[in-house]
Design a protein around this ligand. Structure first.
Ligand SMILES: [Zn+2]
Length: 72
């Protein structure tokens, strides 16, 4: 199954390139529900799953654990 990273932002309303990313989560396909169960804004930034672990911002540990069980 294909995954992609999706951003959770520090500020409540701001979403997009100008907003500060708090944590990167992993979602399935184009979904907005992270593997850890958190609902993310559909307008939030996404990145290729290949960039997991390569970004400056923190990564969700729960998403990481679930992701590693779902990818071969
Ligand atoms: Zn997560």
């Amino acid at each position: 199954m294909k995954h992609q990273m999706r951003a959770e932002y520090r500020s409540g309303g701001d979403v997009g390139a100008e907003a500060t990313v708090k944590t990167w989560h992993m979602v399935r396909g184009d979904g907005t529900t992270a593997l850890c169960g958190r609902d993310l804004d559909e307008r939030s930034a996404t990145r290729s799953e290949r960039e997991w672990g390569a970004m400056d911002e923190p990564f969700c540990h729960t998403c990481g654990a679930v992701y590693l069980r779902e990818v071969p």
